[in-house]
Design a protein around this ligand. Sequence first.
Ligand code: ADP
Ligand code: ZN
Length: 624
Amino acid sequence: MHIQTPHTILKEYFGYDRFRGGQEKLISRILAGGDVLGIMPTGAGKSICYQVPAMLLHGVTIVVSPLISLMQDQVTALRDAGIPAACLHSNLTQQEYFYTLDAIRAGEIRLIYAAPERLLTESFLSLTESVAVAMVAVDEAHCLSQWGQDFRPGYLRITEFLNELPARPVVAAFTATATESVRADIRRLLKLREPLELVTGFDRKNLRWIVERPQHKYEALLNILRRNQGRSGIIYCISRKSTEEICSKLCADGFHAVRYHAGLSAEERTANQEAFLRDEAQIITATNAFGMGIDKSNVSFVVHYQMPKSMEAYYQEAGRAGRDGSAAECTLLYSPQDIRSNSFLIEHSDSENDRLTPEQRDIIRKKDFERLNAMVCYCSLTDCLRHYILSYFGEFSPTHCGNCGCCLADSETVDATIPAQKILSCVFRIGQRGHRCGSRMLCDILQGKKTKQITEAGYQTLSTYGLLGDVSRIQLEHMVNILISRGYLSIDASQYSVLSLTAKANPVLRGQEQVQMSLPMRDLRQTRREQQLAAMPDYGVDEELFQKLRRVRERLAAKEYVPAYIVFSDASLREMCNKRPSNEEQMLAVPGVGKYKMDKYGEAFLQAIAEYVSRQSSDTDPQK
Ligand code: ADP
Ligand code: ZN
């Protein structure tokens, strides 16, 4: 028998050659007996961080996880990769439950997934008398914090459970929430001992970030679907109503779409989710109720039909695209109306938090609006979207990524000091009258429009009225957006998104600071950008072979009763198409193909590839 290390485990069971940023550090620390707190976004690879050490530690690992569906998915995937894992939850029959307990006692299981509420039950505690617990891994650890959105009282019992154990195991906590108050709660409530705390992997290089501010959202959506023909995608909507509307429209337009929200019957939800996971439905329209625990690896695009409530929510939802590492796009279709919808939700969201005092409620409301403001800012950006996202989550990055809607837009850098002064001074003049206004009204005034609101408020007498009548509307809106995103103007989502000057605006108004802006060249903008976007990196695989391998995968998945992506991801299949492995060794070099899966599935794929290759060469054989 050879000696196992984190690398051999990664290769043999998961089929990967290298750890991703941060994974290795966290794993080493766990193996050295230290606690960790890993802050990684969805899709960055948190689970490997406890699954790999679980195979090396002496004793079992208990994984605390919030959702049954999430546990089941993970356990299915682990078992399929040859890792003995089990879950204990209320959906098991009594027989299954006791059967699992026996297997654990017999030392046949390395990872036990359980909901927090189960930990202190008698049967679970008695387990820990017969097997040693080497590690407790807390997934979605932000559920501990009252300040997070998903507070779950059961999580507070984890500490109690740890106290009941004969020896304190390593505690490893993981979350995608980077806020300091949530992190502090996790450290404190779990009583982590000098944890290694790492923020990693927030950059998802294969994701292309795009914000569009279309006149007609549905048309914009159809454009996105056109450039993603035949690929799988999620469309997030802000309300149940809009989820249903978009789904019906898409179906009427010939797309195979299904819908998902908390108002549907449990049967319909499960059926729709399954249809999407198994690639029977190409598109799912959903509220944010969809997605927790969804590990579908071949989602090629995520569209937000409305702006979500925070960057945290956005990054988590959009992050469900491209989990297998293939190029994918995340597009947010923004309209100013979205600010009002979100403000409404914040104002009316405290019903579930009855236990809170008015002061606490006020703090939460204030934080919600701060998060919303940051989200609005993202939608107003004309500079690199990726840079903004990474800065928001506390990661350092270059100011130009080359793979986001803004970096790809055809633009020109110009000195815009004078128009910037005009815009800022218009806000100033309006303020002098004791008023404030949003960006649409501001642009109307600067362009000298004669709308009813303007005449009623008497704004045609402002000295700045009509000062930018010669600039195109698109350019003007862009300039205002830039001033917002760079912090010269602040936007207040809790007050009808009115704008006000910040201290940063003073030097510009006094002529002490120049403002460079990169502005879209107006007429070219839309068409060029469409072209750029249409040129999404193609996977460049032999489509026929790819489809053939997919059918093999389909067949094996049906036989094993697992979703297709658990057998191999699309990325693995594509790599097989490119490399066309002809023996076991070459097959093992394909990312995602570990030893165990090679034994289980490898032969079927090797055979399919060999068949395809020989048929191709006989087709092109001049002798025939
Ligand atoms: P998270 O729990 O952080 O949302 P997962 O643990 O589900 O993310 O991992 C996301 C995907 O990335 C999975 O398909 C996983 O197999 C893959 N992955 C994780 N680590 C690596 C790695 N080192 N190399 C390649 N793929 C990886
Ligand atoms: Zn960029």
